[in-house]
Write a protein that binds this ligand. Structure first.
Ligand code: SAH
Ligand code: SF4
Length: 416
């Protein structure tokens, strides 16, 4: 064991790292709310609020739903099947706004990363910003979506965990990330994809075939909004990304794991990262509240779990901390009997991080043990390294820029 996992004398004197560090910020709704992200009941309410008679609402909901989630309309004028009068009434009261793009970066490997600004900051407060990343591969296109600004949890290897400001995203802001990515990729019927960047169309001729809740934040600490958003994203008559192709990643919020299966029904990924409580308590402090045994018990009972619907266990490879062969063997023993996949993630360092990524040959030796135990053990290839595409990193890079540089970046994002 190296000293990386050990606490310094000053840290030891300060006591254990808090499990949760930041209270949630209050959300301030914009004066003109966006319809993006609303489900059918929400759209019906929005129509009722502008005086659409009850007898017409079902039909109007169907139209709005189609314009929003099938056609990707970005303004009310595009909704040609809706009467001009109703379009004007809607436009006076609502918007179709997606989160605002502050910066967009395109990697040489086609990975795209957006820094997004959300409404609702109080005067003088830091901007409410999150990231969203698109990762094209030969057979799929995956969108990595955020659920919170920052994170109240404080995993020691995670940059998002160091950010102080935390607020939950609304369901609209979560669906809005998928909409915005489809806007930028030209991923709506009849739209033209942007030039530049190797972006093969994935399954069914669409760019975005998979969604992972692996951006900023802990999705099971924002359960209702994440649930409502994912049910809209998965709806077969709309954006239609099947629940089998949506994965929610949690650091181990045990009480909400069963709800995730029952109320959302998406695939589950669990950030395990260590095979014993002593080390997991340090890497993922939430482990002190929900230790490994309780977490794995919740996994064993995950609704819908089967060999065809396995849980993915994520394991970040930290040099000298959790990457020994003994750890690999313990990992395999720990997961015995759970229909599982194991995802080894090379640690993505960030300025000031206390860890190093395991050496490549050590990752290979580790993955061989996992493979020999019967798991396909893909090592998640680092993508978009040239644009710092790991959690929280675009945000930290732009935080160092002056207000003028930020404005220039934003202008660039709007005009290209
Ligand atoms: N809060 C959730 C989802 C967001 S993090 C969770 O913790 O699962 C998505 C994944 O990225 C998690 O497995 C997380 O542990 C991992 N991760 C965070 N920071 C990382 C880094 N610097 N390098 C590699 N993986 C990281
Ligand atoms: Fe939060 Fe996940 Fe980062 Fe931990 S790894 S601090 S839970 S975003």
């Amino acid at each position: 064991m190296t000293t990386l996992i050990d606490t310094t004398p000053a840290e030891a004197a300060a006591g254990p790292r808090p499990i949760e560090k930041a209270p949630l910020e209050r959300y301030v709704a914009p004066a003109q709310p966006s319809l993006v992200g609303l489900d059918r009941a929400g759209l019906a309410e929005a129509l009722a609020a502008v005086g659409v008679p009850e007898g017409q609402r079902r039909m109007r909901v169907r139209q709005l739903w189609n314009w929003l989630y099938v056609r990707g309309a970005q303004n009310f004028d595009a909704m040609t099947s809706v009467s001009k009068d109703l379009r004007a009434v809607l436009a006076a009261r609502y918007t179709l706004a997606r989160p605002e793009i502050v910066a967009e970066q395109v990697s040489v490997d086609g990975t795209r990363k957006w820094l997004l600004r959300l409404p609702g900051e109080h005067p003088g407060e830091r901007p409410h910003e999150v990231e969203c990343v698109y990762i094209p591969e030969a057979d799929r296109g995956t969108l990595c979506v955020s659920s919170q600004v920052g994170c109240t949890l404080s995993c020691t290897f995670c940059h998002t965990g160091t950010q102080r400001l935390v607020r939950n995203l609304t369901a609209g802001e979560i669906v809005g990330q998928v909409m915005l990515a489809r806007d930028r990729l030209g991923d709506w019927p009849g739209a033209t994809p942007p030039a530049g960047g190797p972006n093969p169309r994935a399954d069914g001729g669409r760019f975005i075939s998979n969604v992972v809740m692996m951006g900023m934040g802990e999705p099971l600490y924002n359960f209702e909004a994440v649930r409502d958003a994912l049910l809209v994203v998965a709806d077969g008559d709309g954006i239609a990304i099947s629940k089998r192709r949506i994965t929610l990643s949690t650091s181990g919020v045990v009480p909400n794991i069963a709800r995730c299966g029952e109320e959302i029904g998406v695939m589950l990924a669990v950030s395990l990262h260590a095979v014993d409580d002593a080390r997991r308590n340090v890497l993922v402090p939430l482990n002190r509240k929900y230790p490994i045994a309780a977490l794995l018990d919740a996994c064993r009972h995950y609704p819908g779990l089967s060999n065809a619907r396995r849980i993915t266990f994520e394991y970040v490879m930290l040099k000298g901390v959790n990457d020994s062969i003994a750890d690999a063997k313990a990992l395999v023993r720990l997961l015995a009997g759970i229909p599982a996949k194991i995802n080894l993630i090379p640690f993505n360092p960030w300025p000031g991080s206390a860890y190093e990524c395991s050496d490549w040959d050590q990752i290979e030796r580790f993955s061989e043990v996992v493979f020999n135990a019967g798991y396909a053990s893909p090592v998640r290839t680092p993508r978009g390294r040239d644009i710092l595409a790991a959690c929280g990193q675009l945000k930290s890079a732009t935080e160092k820029l002056s207000a003028r540089e930020r404005l220039a970046l934003r202008a660039m994002a709007m005009t290209d």
